[in-house]
Write a protein that binds this ligand. Structure first.
Ligand code: MSP
Length: 627
């Protein structure tokens, strides 16, 4: 059967972080394992570009929202590349084909009567891009992220989720393994028991234009969930390539974080039922990465982990191994540098690295690098050989099953156990002693050790793909890939393993991961490129259809008058800013905001929910460059 693995698509309102890296690596690992086991697989990841949050940041940066999204895409693709994530599809919700599909889906549901217009008043949480009722709020704040919500009163379009609630509940009760881990299913059943409210799926274009136009009402846009969730089907050819869609959709597995359970395990299944489509095969819900002491990661606490920084320093394989091994899939995990170093040193450098070194060095030093003959009948000739082989033969199908069941931790435990057992086997048999008496018997032992090296390397290859390429060099590119004990061919030449996982010297490492906080430093040459000039606002008016933007004209002296669109209408009336002496970033590329060209940016400072323009002494001449 074909399989299809997806990550949630990331908001582009900032740089990607550890959570994004983890989810992409997790999804990549499941895809790679299934490919290894012979399945035809696709992996999708991407970005969720529309919505209030992205729009707000773009306006704040004085950029056209699409141009702003474009500017952040390399951050996301670079992280995927650095993390060795081998995706097939990088989905963007701003593509024309996606927008067309979203409109077709909306039209279909509207024609069926599942979408209708109604008056709405609710509390909107912008960071979560989700509406909540008064009852949902906890101490007046968003129940998910704890931040302030905004009251939104407007006519809107709604999707009647409740119509499919019974059918979905029945589905859940007959598909016990639809949600992983199983305890999340009860949470979803709890939500269904409370009753499903109609889902608000639109915003008035004049208030928030950064979405996909509703096909049956041009004054509205849809964005975030109705737009974003459909990426999963649109990415594999829904309505455009039936064959591809039909062959992959039935094997779809969504990997998501626990904060978007409601959206994926309630909104999405009811939407799919409305569209008349099958539900995905599985939804895997992972926990959150926390910082030191189990605290939420935040810049102010200085415990934010920069994945790129760690990968650059210690390599992608150690990073991937750590995040997959340390986090028990489905539960929260704590990321600290100390834990990271311990995992690397104990399991990769000591356990796996030592096995690789010992086995290959002994074969090169005593057998001229030629893989020795195995025992013909291991149980008779040497008792040890048989035990090791049958142990691996018992564990191989178990490990495979754990992976099929998404029990990644148990699978990794199993692989690490084979590695430790093989190390113990080496210590118990002591081939360095046997070689002095019986070279043939020593060869049997080393064959077994090498065979375990081969099998464990293949089993770990989805986790440490880059290092696996180096391990293949030990076998001169002639490593059999079957996961069957005894496939290693005697008589072939191997090389010594070079130190693949050098130990990290804890003493020489800074305890805190300080470098991440400093990842935004720039050189004076970069700063010198920015031109900030003194100016005076000589004209200001509201931008039609926008409650956020003011259109200004700013005099920069010497006849240089700029037209600048500023996202400050919530904080200033046009008359408040007229004749103000301010600072302008004057050599920015012009941006088009709501169809108006903006030729610079007014400098301002945010304080909580307020924003103030940076004002300067009126005595200062216009057009002077900040030095
Ligand atoms: N855009 C939505 C998803 C739409 S999917 C149709 C979104 N984006 S996000 O950028 O906020 O989050 C992307 C993924 O990263 C989510 O699955 C989220 O749970 C995950 N993580 C965000 N922070 C995380 C941690 N600290 N730890 C682990 N994963 C977390 O939600």
């Amino acid at each position: 059967m074909k399989k299809y693995f997806t990550t949630a698509i990331s908001y582009v309102n900032g740089k990607p972080h550890l959570g994004h890296a983890y989810e992409a690596i997790l999804t990549d690992v499941f895809t790679r394992y299934n490919k290894l086991f012979g399945h035809d697989c696709l992996m999708l990841t991407g970005v969720d570009e529309h919505g209030q949050k992205v729009y707000d940041v773009a306006v704040e940066k004085n950029m056209d929202p699409l141009e702003y999204c474009d500017s952040l895409i390399p951050d996301f693709t670079n992280l995927l590349k650095a993390s060795d994530v081998d995706y097939d599809i990088f989905f963007r919700t701003t593509t024309d084909s996606h927008k067309k599909n979203v409109q077709a889906i909306l039209q279909k549901l509207y024609d069926k009567g599942d979408i209708y217009k109604d008056y709405y008043e609710g509390n909107y949480c912008t960071p979560c891009e989700t509406f909540y009722t008064e009852k949902d709020l906890q101490e007046g704040k968003c129940p998910e992220c704890g931040r302030e919500t905004t009251i939104i009163k407007e006519e809107n379009y709604f999707f009647n989720m409740a119509k499919y609630a019974d059918k979905y509940e029945e589905f859940l009760n007959t598909h016990d393994d639809f949600i992983f881990p199983k305890f999340r299913k009860n949470e979803v059943l709890g939500i269904l028991k409370k009753g499903l409210r109609p889902l608000c799926i639109s915003r008035k274009k004049e208030k928030m234009p950064w979405g996909i136009e509703i096909p049956f009402d041009k004054d509205f846009v849809t964005y975030v969930w109705f737009d974003a969730l459909t990426n999963y089907i649109n990415g594999i050819g829904y309505l455009t390539d039936d064959e591809k869609f039909n062959s992959y959709w039935s094997g779809a597995v969504h990997n998501i974080g626990k904060d978007i359970l409601l959206h994926h395990c309630v909104y999405w299944p009811t939407m799919l039922m409305g569209m008349g489509l099958d539900l995905p095969k599985k939804i895997v819900v992972h926990g959150f990465w926390m910082g030191e002491g189990g605290k939420k990661m935040s810049k102010s606490l200085g415990n934010v982990i920069d994945p790129i920084g760690l990968i650059d320093k210690y390599g992608s394989s150690s990073f991937r191994f750590y995040v997959l091994r340390e986090m028990s899939l489905g539960h929260d995990g704590v990321f600290t540098k100390e834990f990271f170093i311990n995992r690397h040193n104990n399991e990769l450098a000591n356990d796996f690295g030592n096995l690789l070194n010992r086995a290959t060095h002994m074969v090169v030093n005593n057998f001229d690098g030629i893989i020795p003959e195995p025992a013909k009948d291991p149980t008779k000739e040497t008792l040890f050989c048989g035990v090791l082989k049958s142990n691996v033969e018992i564990m191989l199908p178990q490990i495979k099953q754990y992976i099929y069941d998404f029990e990644l931790n148990k699978a990794l435990d199993g692989i690490m156990k084979i590695i430790r057992d093989t190390n113990k086997y080496m210590e118990d048999t002591a081939p360095w002693k046997i070689i002095l008496k019986d070279k043939k018997l020593c060869g049997y032992v080393l064959y077994n050790a090498l065979e375990c090296v081969r099998i464990c390397s293949i089993l770990l290859s989805p986790v440490i793909p880059k290092k696996f390429e180096e391990i293949k060099d030990i076998f001169n590119g002639e490593m059999p890939t079957e996961l069957v004990f005894g496939k290693l061919e005697p008589g072939k030449k191997i090389n010594k393993a070079v130190s693949l996982f050098p130990k990290i010297d804890k003493e020489k490492e800074p305890v805190k991961i300080k470098e991440v906080v400093q990842d935004n430093l720039i050189g004076i040459e970069d700063f010198g490129k920015v031109e900030i000039k003194t100016g005076k606002i000589i004209k200001a008016e509201n931008v039609e259809d926008s409650n956020r933007l003011l259109l200004t004209e700013v005099d920069l002296g010497n006849g240089d008058v700029r037209q600048i669109v500023a996202g400050i209408a919530k904080f200033y009336q046009p008359e408040d800013i007229l004749n103000k002496h301010i600072l302008v970033a004057s050599n920015l590329k012009p941006a088009t905001i709501m169809g108006i060209e903006s030729q610079g940016m007014l400098l301002s400072i945010k304080k909580g929910k307020k924003l103030r323009l940076v004002e300067i002494d009126e005595e200062l001449p216009l057009g002077k460059k900040l030095v």
